[in-house]
Design a protein around this ligand. Structure first.
Ligand code: EPZ
Length: 470
């Protein structure tokens, strides 16, 4: 298992290229189960989640080839008889649920493990199943698996609104199912995220007839098949990675140029960052991001697109820990997505939970610490905080980060950050972070620690009982 060791305080400078979008690539790869013929996907990031989905797709009869060097992934279905998505893979990645719609649409049956919850909160799929049943699928849930059958899906009207807005992967599942259903499917309260639009554009390139992409109302004319003949398709840039890098330089100060960034799907994030004092300027196919002055506090809510995405909430919280004043962040999509707050507090942040909100009182400094990642975006938040923290930080369980960020530490190193990936073992923990009284530069810190780690005799002297016995 790896960890990051970060020495904070370095302003970022330079330029890096943002990778292709994880959350666009995964549903498009899953949709390949409904496509006849080969496709070449470009700008597919090298991520653990991509590899996990490829393992699952291989077990579902999809052949793939990819050279480690480039970002191109060639995919083609070679066996349409396989329909089991097993627990041991689905539990690793919720997005595996995206195979359900394509399997039903193209093979008429599917047995997919329920994805289960995760550290950011409940992850129900009731809306997915409601939509598929509306299209005529017979669905039973037994022993943690979804058993679904549909000789022929038939177009229907589906309302996809849930208590927290629409569903991104639910919309993906139902777009693919509707694309191969007989007749017309209309989806009301569909997700409008750019990643959903990217999947719709991909399907339309292969013969689907989906209208209204990017709006809450989709109209899908079913077609007999989706066909490819070596089609090329480029995955959109990862807007969440772009936002994460923007917040990193906002945290450390400095200025960077980002390549492969489309600012249009980031309007809400860009407006919020400008409000807190970050300069963001599009310059041709690059975006220049800098922060010189103080960070200003703000209030914000995460919302379905085009609102501020929940996937930048943790990173924004890290940034606001050093704003000059009180900020409030409310997550309206995943109200429990705050496991990163406690770790930020360990670095000196002042954060108080109030239900779906976190109240952040800005501090003038964060200190490096031994912290633990709990999920993908929480990992990124801890990296951002460590980049500004005084001294060294050890960020453990960064396997969470590897699921969704392609070589983040290399990109940050390229921008001047002092961040290293090392094996997670005691000798690699920076001496300044070890509780025992080892030699550390900061003698005062050691003395302070020893007061707590080694109880001073008089505090626990047993010679005289201070308790007056009756
Ligand atoms: C997608 O997850 C993303 N993952 C998530 O990104 C992202 O946080 C989320 O959308 C919201 O934008 C991928 O695209 C692979 P939802 P998804 O279904 O589709 C409730 C990351 O960090 N809901 O849109 O699983 C649900 O509880 C990941 O990259 C229902 O009530 O999210 C949540 O509150 C994390 N019933 C809200 O809707 C359902 O059937 C949004 O969930 C489905 C969802």
């Amino acid at each position: 298992m790896d960890m990051f060791v970060v020495r904070g305080g370095q302003p970022l400078a330079g330029h890096v290229r943002v990778s292709g979008s994880k959350n666009a690539a995964l549903p498009i790869m899953a949709a390949m189960l409904a496509v006849d013929g080969p496709v070449r996907l470009h700008d597919v990031p090298h991520l653990v989640d991509v590899r996990t989905l490829l393992d699952l797709l291989t077990r579902l009869g999809l052949q793939h080839s990819r050279s480690e060097a480039d970002q191109t992934l060639e995919l083609e279905v070679v066996d349409t008889t396989l329909c089991l998505a097993e627990y041991d893979l689905v539990r690793k990645m919720r997005a595996s649920i995206c195979v359900l719609g394509p399997l039903l649409a193209r093979r008429g049956r599917a047995c997919v493990s329920l994805p289960g919850g995760c550290n950011i909160g409940d992850r129900p799929i009731d809306l997915h199943l409601k939509g598929l049943r509306a299209l005529g699928a017979e669905i039973q849930i037994e022993r943690g698996y979804i058993f679904a059958e549909a000789r022929q899906l038939r177009g229907a009207h589906i309302f996809l609104g849930g208590p927290f807005g629409s569903t991104v992967t639910g919309t993906c599942n139902l777009m693919v199912a509707g694309a191969l259903a007989e007749g017309t499917t209309t989806i009301e309260s569909a997700a409008c995220e750019p990643e959903v639009v990217d999947l719709g554009n991909f399907l339309n390139q292969l013969g689907a007839r989906i209208e209204g992409l990017g709006t809450p109302f989709l109209r899908i004319e079913g077609v007999p098949s989706l066909n490819a003949a070596g089609d090329d398709y480029r995955i959109i840039p990862d807007r969440i990675e772009a936002a994460t890098l923007m917040m990193a330089v906002a945290m450390t100060g400095g200025d960077i140029d980002l390549e492969n960034v489309d600012l249009r799907p980031l309007t809400a994030v860009v407006e919020k960052l400008r409000e807190v004092g970050v300069t963001i300027r599009a310059m041709g196919n690059r975006v220049h991001v800098s922060r010189q002055g103080a960070l200003r506090p703000t209030d914000c809510c995460t919302l379905p697109y085009p609102g501020i995405p929940t996937d930048v909430q943790a990173q924004l919280m890290a940034l606001l820990t050093m704003a000059e004043g009180m900020s409030v962040i409310t997550d309206k999509v995943f109200p429990d997505r705050f496991m990163h707050a406690a770790e930020l507090v360990r670095m000196g942040a002042r954060i108080r939970r109030e239900g779906p909100s976190a109240i952040i009182s800005g501090v003038s400094r964060l200190s490096g610490a031994n912290v633990m990642a709990s999920d993908l975006r929480a990992s990124a938040a801890l990296v951002i905080a460590a980049l500004a923290g005084e001294g060294e930080s050890a960020i453990r369980r960064i396997y969470h980060l590897d699921r969704g960020y392609e070589q983040l530490e290399r990109k940050l190193q390229h921008l001047g950050a002092d961040i290293r990936r090392v094996q997670d073992c005691p000798e690699n923990i920076p001496a300044s972070l070890r509780p025992e009284w080892s030699e550390v530069e900061d003698a005062e810190h050691t003395e302070k620690l020893q007061q707590f780690v080694i109880p001073r005799p008089h505090l626990f002297d047993r010679s005289e009982s201070r308790v007056q016995r009756p």
